[in-house]
Every structure is written in structure tokens, then in C-alpha cells.
Design a protein around this ligand. Structure first.
Ligand code: PLP
Length: 450
């Protein structure tokens, strides 16, 4: 949570200028709330930090792909980084121009490559020579040309969580740098393809700038070498991955601190590309949305099992899986400000799902919490709603966006008809009641016949 956009006013937690408890009364709990003001601030600061560089900022949709979020960035001039046909369609539907869309991902299908070609996107970030051959075939068959960047694996350790590191040689991502080099030197003309760029993306939630510098230096060295050898490269894609602060006080990370990290990153890039003839692509995701969202939940029960106190809330791992999946830590704050000097005691905050991993926090010191209270999980704008599922047949939560003192439901809560209605009975159950094999029906039939 960034303090300028999430703050207590008269003891009530607000997103922008909207009281979250009022939204809870309107849409019910749990629900996600995003501050458009925070989104706009983050994008504008990122763009300003890069000003003067020939850069396209392609927001990485997978962090949060609500149409209203994409549309907010598109209105400010953003492009999009997509990793599936679904995300490609979302980006186009939200108004991102095709010529600002980059298609990444280690396992694009033939249909997805064709969809990208038909849309006329800026670039495919190709992650294997097999994918390159397939794209060449598809483009040739369609009589068109695909713009390509090879995603190189720079073999640097981003020093981030093992489940979100992507730049080491032992991960599935990218093409070995030497293999990419040899291939490009040996294959100057590939039918249906224009290899225009090199790309890296070394991981997510990076808080240290050193691994970036190392990866970018390696990429730039390769770029220079290939250009000197006559390969017509013109673009470098530096990927995403800039981290945010998850651990901060109840009023959140100072916006200025986040902005300073971005400025330092941009200055590092500026120095590296100083005398390079190159266009740049950036793919920030989490940085732009992570601290612009909260998940609001209501306390259902407070239960003491021996010495351990459990706060059972109405959000669960199906709504927010990051703590279960990555041991992620989210700040938990009451919507009603705790009394000054209120004593904190360690509690476990858990959801209702029948899995012991459905735990948001263990032994977290929190101020007094009563049944019926409203709580917010902060820093849940990224990789949160997008990972939600209907596990335990729980409905997907709604998403609300606020801007100034206005609010809008940007995705309604799913309803039970929609959830169950996606299932189909097989015809042997749906159409043939006579063949019902359950013991009761069998017995009933026998009695009926007698
Ligand atoms: C996930 C991803 C991003 C965005 O990562 P963040 O950590 O959210 O900035 C960018 N580019 C690629 C290729 C990705 O896979």
C-alpha cells in the first residue's frame, strides 16, 4: 500500500478518497479494490524516469488483467506484454494498439502465434529455436512477416524467490546466449521473420539493481557483437521484474521510496545505452499495480485453540494464493484504525478452505480484532485476483476501481448460476433416467414394478 493512495481519514481506511467500509457495504466481502490514482502515478513516474529514451512501456498484463486496469494504462499511452491469446485479446479489447504489443511466453501454441500475426503486433519474444521455426512456417503460409526478438537466457541469478527467478541457465526460460548468437550468425535470412531484437527477463520482485546491470551488460555486449557482424538488430527488451515493498507500516510504503527505486533503475539503463543506436522495450507488471490494490475481507470467527488464536476471515486461498504458493507476506490492516497504543497479540489469520495451507499469516502481531471486523490485505494489486480460482466452489470476488471520490465495480462478483452452469452432465446421466444405477433408484424401481 502506498501511503498517498491508501490512508486513514477520520479513522477509516480509504482508497483514494473512497472509504473502503462503504464499498464493503455496497459490494459485500471479500472484494478487491484498486486505486486508479495509484496506477496512474506509477505509470507516469516510470515513463518520466525513462523520458528522452526511445522506449515502449509494455505493461505486463499477467500481473493484473482487468480491462479497467489495462485501459487505465492504455489511456496513458502504454503498450502491453502478453503471454497468451487471452491476454492478447484483453489488451486489444482494452484499447492497446497492436503495434505496442509484445507477445512473450515459453510455450506459445500455433494458434497463438497466428493470432499475434493476424493482430499485427510489435514483436514476438521467441524462447526456443523450435518456436522460431514454427513462427517462420506460419508467417510464410500467411504471406506475412513476423517481427521477432530472441529471448536470451543471460544466466544471472536475480536473487529473488526460487519460484519467480527466470534468468538462470537452469530455468526453462529463454535461449542460451551462445546458441542464439551462433544461430543468428549462421541464419541471416529466415523466411517470414525479421529478427529485430534481443530480450531478457530475469525474474520478478527484484529489489536489487545489480543483477539487472549484469544481465543488461551481457545483452548489450551480444547486441554490439551481432550488429558488428551485420545482423540487423534494432531493439532491446529489458523485461520487467522491478520489485515493490510488501513490508511496510499500516499507512504503507512512501510513494517517494518506490519512485526512487525506479529512478535508480532508469539511470542505470540510461548509462548503459548511452551511445547505443537502439529502441527499448520495458515490461513492468508488479511495479505498476502491486501496491495499488487491496483485498478487503470480513472476520467471520475468532477462535482460540489452546494458546493459539485464529482469525477466520471470509477471503481464502482461492481469492489470494500468494501466501500459500510463495510464502508471500502481506500487510494486514483493520479498516477501522486501531486505537493508539492498542496492544498487539500474535494471531493466525486463516481462510475457510479445507486445506491447512489456507493461511494468510501465522503468529502475526495484530491489534484487537473482533468478529464482524473488516480487514485489508495490502499490496494485492499484482498476482492476486488474476490467480483466483473457484476452489471449494467459492465465487470469484468482485473488483472495484476508485479514482478520486468516484468508484466503479469493474468486475462483478461471479454468481452461482455462472459457476455451476459451466458444467455439463454427460448424456448417460442427463438423458437416460431409466438407466440410473444408484441403489435407491434400483430398489424404488423394483418396488414400483411389484
Ligand atoms: C512476468 C513477466 C513480466 C512482468 O514481471 P513483473 O515482475 O510483474 O514486473 C515481464 N516480462 C515477462 C516476459 C514476464 O514473464
Amino acid at each position: 500500500m502506498t501511503s498517498r493512495y491508501f490512508s486513514y481519514r477520520d479513522g477509516r481506511l480509504h482508497a483514494s478518497e473512497v472509504a473502503l467500509d462503504a464499498l464493503a457495504a455496497e459490494v459485500g466481502t471479500p472484494f478487491y479494490c484498486y486505486s486508479a490514482d495509484a496506477l496512474e502515478h506509477g505509470y507516469r513516474h516510470f515513463a518520466a524516469a525513462l523520458s528522452g529514451l526511445p522506449a515502449t512501456i509494455c505493461y505486463a498484463l499477467k500481473a493484473n488483467s482487468n480491462q479497467a486496469v489495462i485501459g487505465t494504462f492504455a489511456a496513458l499511452g502504454a503498450g502491453a506484454d502478453v503471454v497468451s491469446e487471452g491476454e492478447l485479446r484483453r489488451a486489444l479489447a482494452a484499447g492497446v494498439p497492436a503495434h505496442k504489443i509484445v507477445f512473450a511466453g515459453v510455450g506459445k501454441t500455433a494458434a497463438e502465434l497466428a493470432a499475434g500475426l493476424d493482430a499485427g503486433i510489435l514483436q514476438f519474444n521467441v524462447e526456443s529455436l523450435s518456436e522460431l521455426r514454427l513462427l517462420s512456417q506460419i508467417a510464410t503460409a500467411r504471406g506475412t512477416t513476423a517481427a521477432v526478438a530472441l529471448r536470451v537466457n543471460p544466466d544471472v541469478d536475480a536473487g529473488t524467490h526460487a519460484k519467480i527467478t527466470t534468468g538462470r541457465a537452469d530455468t526453462k526460460f529463454g535461449i542460451d546466449a551462445k546458441e542464439a548468437r551462433d544461430f543468428l550468425l549462421a541464419n541471416r535470412d529466415i523466411p517470414g521473420l525479421r529478427v529485430e531484437g534481443l530480450a531478457v527477463h530475469i525474474g520478478s520482485q527484484l529489489t536489487d539493481i545489480a543483477p539487472y546491470r549484469l544481465a543488461f551488460e551481457r545483452l548489450i555486449a551480444l547486441y554490439r557483437e551481432l550488429r558488428a557482424a551485420g545482423v540487423a538488430l534494432r531493439r532491446l527488451d529489458f523485461g520487467g521484474g522491478i520489485g515493490i515493498s510488501y513490508e511496510h507500516g499500516p499507512t504503507g510504503e512512501e510513494v517517494a521510496e518506490a519512485d526512487a527505486r525506479v529512478t535508480a533503475y532508469a539511470e542505470m539503463v540510461r548509462a548503459l545505452v548511452k551511445d547505443l543506436d537502439v529502441e527499448l522495450v520495458f515490461e513492468p507488471g508488479r511495479l505498476l499495480v502491486g501496491n495499488a490494490g487491496v483485498l478487503v475481507t470480513r472476520v467471520l470467527y475468532v477462535k482460540d485453540n489452546g494458546p493459539r488464536r485464529f482469525i477466520i476471515v471470509d477471503a481464502a486461498m482461492n481469492d489470494l494464493i500468494r501466501p500459500s504458493l510463495y510464502d508471500a507476506w502481506h500487510e494486514i490492516v483493520p479498516l477501522k484504525a486501531a486505537a493508539p497504543g492498542a496492544e498487539r497479540r500474535p494471531v493466525d489469520v486463516v481462510g475457510p478452505v479445507c486445506e491447512s495451507t489456507d493461511t494468510f499469516a501465522r503468529q502475526r502481531p495484530l491489534p484487537p480484532i473482533a468478529e464482524g471486523d473488516l480487514l485489508a490485505f495490502s499490496s494485492t494489486g499484482a498476482y492476486s485476483f488474476v490467480m483466483a480460482s473457484t476452489y471449494n466452489s467459492r465465487l470469484l470476488a468482485p473488483e472495484v476501481m476508485v479514482r478520486g471520490d468516484r468508484s466503479a465495480v469493474v468486475r462483478a462478483r461471479m454468481d452461482y448460476e455462472t459457476m455451476i452452469g459451466q458444467d455439463r452432465m454427460p448424456d448417460w446421466l442427463a438423458a437416460a433416467p431409466d438407466e440410473d444405477l444408484s441403489p435407491n433408484r434400483q430398489a424404488g424401481k423394483t418396488r414400483g414394478a411389484a
